[in-house]
Design a protein around this ligand. Sequence first.
Ligand code: ADP
Length: 611
Amino acid sequence: MRIPRLAIRAIRRITRHHAASATWRWTLAVLTPIVTLAIFGFTLDAGHEQVRRAARQRLVIGEAVLRSAVERYRYLPGVLALDTEVRILLDAVDDPVRVAAVNTKFETIARASGVAAIYLLDRDGLTRSASNWNEELSFVGTSYAYRPYFTEAVATGASRYFGVGTTTNRPGLFIGKAVPMPGGGIAGIVVVKVDLEGLQREWRQAGEYVLVSDASGVVFLASEPAWKYRPFRPLTEADTARIREARQYGDSDLRPLLSEQADGGTIELPEGERTISGVVERTAMPDLGWTLWYIAETDAALRQALLAALAAGISSLALAFALAAASQRRQRLRSEQAMRLTLERRVAERTADLSTANARLRDEIAERERATAALRATQDELIHAGRLAALGQISTAINHEINQPLAALRTFLSSSSIFLERGDTATVGRNLKRMTEVTQRIAEIIRHLKVFARKTGPEHWEPVRLGTAAAAALDLLASRIRAESVQVTCTIPPEATVRAEPIRLEQVILNLMVNALDAMRDTPERRLDLTASREESSSWRLRVADSGSGISEEHMPHLFDPFFTTKAAGEGLGLGLSLSALIVRDFGGSLTAGNGTDGAVLTLVLPAVEA
Ligand code: ADP
């Protein structure tokens, strides 16, 4: 069937896409055609039952109509058999006057009652008078002695027989009644032929399929002319011979309608080109020896059943779709839930990993902070040591710077005692005043040294004037500058202020100056230039230029390496520039080296602070 196949294909398509379980697929594939077939069968049965019920009702009506058509003329032959004129005629069958009288009578009655023919047979079966006496196919003079309606009436007094007229070739119901002789015996037979063709016409016009068969099963009345004079099933040889002999159905070949007898079920009968199929209902009319058949078509019921099956098929397909969709949705929810759980688990795992990594990172940070602090402390120590080393380097100059006022003090002391002996108190007073100034100078130098030698750190950062720092460094080197006849020019604007730690800044400038002085030791003309200029807006640049030997290309890359020195042992440690660079980097600035027109140029860049 087409519908179940479609259903299976549709179900397979849904289920294949969504990987539903095979059980589902099979359940749906099997259920859909079963439901469709069951609905088809059920509806068809119900439809057939309804058709059958209607057929039974029609059959009751049909039987009543047929019976009334037959019974209407039942008494007519009997009445005519009692007629005096009929009896008189049978006494003198050759009397033309009597024959004419009966002929006229029969003709009048036949016309009035609507029967096909009325005629009178003598005791030998010869027609003596007939209602159609003046027609071309008149029965008068014809012998019907071989016809069963004659023989039976002779035998029993009355007969009823359906057959095709041998003279007219028209079918009819022959009702015979014997005319008794006063002394016993039979004088003749009155026969009334009833035409039932009208009945068939009515059935045809009503679109009904009705058949009437005789005791042998031969159909003799039917709504379809082609069905007439044919038995339902093949006749026995005896029946065939009997019917032929009596010429009951004319020249009919008695070809059976069905190969098998339909019995209360369905029947298929040929109707012209097509075949009528329907349920068949029948009722026996035993008094006549007939059977009335009513066939009701089942096409409508079949169509209805097909429609119902189609609807059921579509419904079960829709149900299949709905179920598949629901199961698919359930599956999707399940997989989503599984995914969510997996995700949550992974997130938890990752969170744990992250927490561990975080803790590890915190430990590392702490460790790094500790290391940085240690490094910082070491650097501080180193810078401090470097400063002390620088102090050592210039100790001769400092020594000289202190010895000079001490010598002056001694000179003032000895001259003062002489002026005191002379009583020149005014000069002694002037000397005392100058001695005080000298001691103040000594105290100042010592204070400066104390401050310079102090340990410092980043906590002392503050705005420092570049000029002040340079002056302090120059102050420590003053005696050496004087002794070596160095021409110093210091061009530093008073507003040049940077953010730094003052002592370390002084240490850096001191280092640069010492290096410059060292480089100019063998030069005839010694010039030291300190120039500060604004570098962009955010910093100050301090150039320390000398007229010394300059820096060779080969030394340039190693200048800031720790322990790099070109100086003789005991003169330099090679730490000055590396520590200076460290300090400057710490301030957020930079220290670079290069050569100017006639010596080295060391450039210091530091973040500016508004003065
Ligand atoms: P040190 O002064 O103890 O040698 P530094 O780190 O201060 O150590 O200097 C390293 C080297 O850089 C010096 O030995 C010298 O060769 C070179 N240098 C530094 N400043 C100058 C300069 N102004 N002119 C020429 N060479 C210099």
